[in-house]
Design a protein around this ligand. Structure first.
Ligand SMILES: Cc1ncc(COP(=O)(O)O)c(C=O)c1O
Length: 359
């Protein structure tokens, strides 16, 4: 008698993160390795968040506040929402899982883009739902094609704006036209992991107002990117009271740890760190763009902290050669790689190593 696994997980592949810096150092005998592979904040994290973590070191024997009351209050106040519309989670990763568990049944159709954040596809399949995959158009979400893909079986649509890995965005007008079209029984998940980096004016900057008009919309945000708290695993979702109450049923009792809760509150209030992070990213992006242009390297215009580029060589080969030289980036497919924007020093090193490799 064999153990029976759910058939829905048969073809799933575990998430493959980039190699840790220490492993790469050992493998190649390097003393210095730089990781521009996971869209982390190159400035580290807010000193105020670090201070907040030190303040709880005497309490590690106690369970966290399972309701995340203080964190919810700070977020709700900042965004002018009601407490019952806010749900923190252990990173947006956990929330993607919880959303899938809350809404998806076997045979439901789920619309998502290709390429986009990979967890949307994995969790969709995990629940036995049917992914309806809409290719990007010119490296950007194709919301018109997504509209055409809606059927009576459509249950949920995943949107990522700006998109990971391409860094591209769609406009507020495009989003509103889309939401006006989508029937209100279809859940639209709007993932804004990178919204704080956006520079363009036609981006839906004030997405919170959508919640009032579209009761089927959920907004996901994270502290892992501009707030620099990826190690702590904390994000939050905003939606109607009804949606939040239902997702809340699917989570573990103490899913957001105490360090994450206090650090997130401190980070939200550290406007100086946020501004520095934004500025470093903006300057880094301008620098990388100008270097790419000089090198004749195509890039997708990015509104995030990463850039999707065509290195005109097999991406796995470029990844391997850069890794040997102590630089970890993310190979995507064919000749495309994704590089996170680092400090100016890291960006310059990346460009000089890339030049060695592609010439
Ligand atoms: C678009 C997008 N959504 C969600 C996540 C997950 O973020 P978190 O660290 O909060 O789990 C990422 C992380 O890279 C992302 O790029």
């Amino acid at each position: 008698m064999n153990i029976q696994y759910r058939p829905q997980i048969k073809d799933l592949v575990p998430y493959k993160p980039g190699k840790p810096i220490e492993d790469v150092k050992k493998e190649y005998g390097l003393t210095e390795v730089i990781k521009l592979a996971s869209n982390e904040n190159p400035l580290g994290s807010s000193p105020k968040a670090q201070e907040a973590i030190r303040s709880i070191l005497g309490n590690l024997s106690l369970y966290p506040d399972g309701n995340c009351t203080d964190l919810k209050e700070v977020i709700a106040k900042k965004l002018n929402l009601s407490l019952v519309q806010v749900l923190p989670s252990s990173g947006s990763d956990e929330m993607v899982d919880q959303i899938a568990k809350t809404f998806l049944n076997n045979g439901d159709e789920v619309i998502l883009a290709d390429v986009t954040f990979p967890r949307y596809l994995t969790t969709t399949k995990m629940m036995g739902a049917i992914p309806i995959i809409i290719p990007l158009n010119d490296f950007t979400y194709d919301l018109d094609a997504m509209k055409k893909a809606i059927t009576s079986k459509t249950k949920l649509i995943w949107l990522c704006n700006p998109n990971n890995p391409t860094g591209t965005m769609f406009t507020e007008k495009t989003l509103i036209d889309f939401l006006d079209f989508v029937p209100k029984n279809i859940v639209v998940v709007y993932d804004e992991a990178y919204n704080e980096y956006v520079t363009r004016d036609d981006f839906p900057k004030d997405s919170i107002k959508l919640l009032g008009k579209y009761p089927n919309v959920l907004i996901m945000r994270t502290f892992s990117k501009i707030y620099g708290l990826a190690a702590l695993r904390v994000g939050y979702t905003l939606a109607s009271e009804e949606i939040i109450a239902n997702i809340n049923k699917t989570r573990g009792p103490f899913n957001v740890n105490t360090a994450a809760q206090v650090a997130a509150i401190a980070a939200l209030n550290d406007l100086d760190f946020l501004k520095r992070s934004y500025d470093v990213n903006f300057e880094g992006k301008e620098y990388l763009y100008s270097e790419f242009e000089e090198l004749g390297i195509w890039y997708a215009p990015s509104e995030t902290n990463h850039i999707f580029i065509d290195v005109k060589k097999d991406c796995q080969e470029v990844f391997r050669l850069l890794q040997q030289k102590g630089m970890i980036i993310r190979p995507m497919y064919k000749t495309y790689i994704r590089v996170s924007i680092g400090t100016m020093e890291q960006n310059k090193l990346f460009i000089s190593l890339l030049k060695e490799i592609i010439h």
